[in-house]
Design a protein around this ligand. Sequence first.
Ligand SMILES: [Fe+2]
Length: 353
Amino acid sequence: MIGENILENIAEIVREKTRIPVYGVDVRRILSALQVTDDFWEIIFYSEVTVPAASEILKELDRKGIVKLSGDVIVITEKGYEIIKKFEIPKPYYKKCPTCSGRGISLEDFEEVLREFKKIAQNRPEAIQQYDQGYVLPEVTVSRVALMANKMDLQNKRLLVIGDDDLTSIAAGLSNLPKEVVVLEIDERLVNFINKISEEYGLKVNAEIYDIRNPLPERHYAKYDTFITDPSETREALRLFISRGISGLHGPRCAGYFGITRAEASLEKWYYLQKMLLDMRVVITDMIHNFNIYVNWGYAEKTRAMQVAPVKKAPKREWYTSTMYRIETLEGFVRYNEPAKEDIYEDEESSTV
Ligand SMILES: [Fe+2]
């Protein structure tokens, strides 16, 4: 006999264990994903449940005999299929436009930029865990530039890039659209790489070392038209990366871009973020689902994601994605520029550190 509340009961157990908001619906989404994949990382991709929550849900499903964690794969048991039938849980449906992968952006005028960028990126410094790095596919970096160009946020504008393991600054520089690109980055390897490439190619790109925990220096304060960043996703990191970006903007109707995941951020965290944005008197003008797709990074085995994962198999394809946000400032927007108060890299939902 399968109890009526079994999905809610599992959610409650996981909620108590992880302190992450988890509901019966999340258990459903996991059981949905399991019908098309036995790979943990793909389950995260389809279900959009945070990594630590999905891990605990799967372990609890295993304890209850609903799935079986066997070796590297996760399979649905007979009891699992009974539950899927009883609760009418459908398979996931995921089909994006094959031309733009759902980004809604054409790279037609950026083919040359993409070609050059790919060549340059071959020699990029590898992502390291110390700074929670992980970069996107080259097509994505160039798509960001195309997106900003489509919004007229790049043409003859000053662009501030906060943290740039994606090398967005290089792609922006290659497009020759912005008047100036400034990169603030903590990793000396990246700063040197970006400056070297900028000199070699004669780009209007300049990188300098900066720690997000410190206020934005005076010379960068209220100076730029546009910022782009890819924050770590603890609440403190979101607040810092985004408010530093906003502090760099010169006035109303300036734009900011950043990616937010579901893998490390529950919708409750999204709510916190969106409320914070509104409180700073900026509005969200665009959100593009799974715009950013990340290259599987070299340090994956050492991350919390791998430690909490119910099976220890490395991802076989890209699985970590984020929604691209675009915001715009209103009159009276707040430039919050105080020093950091908390740890920026770790909280209950984080998993790539
Ligand atoms: Fe398309």
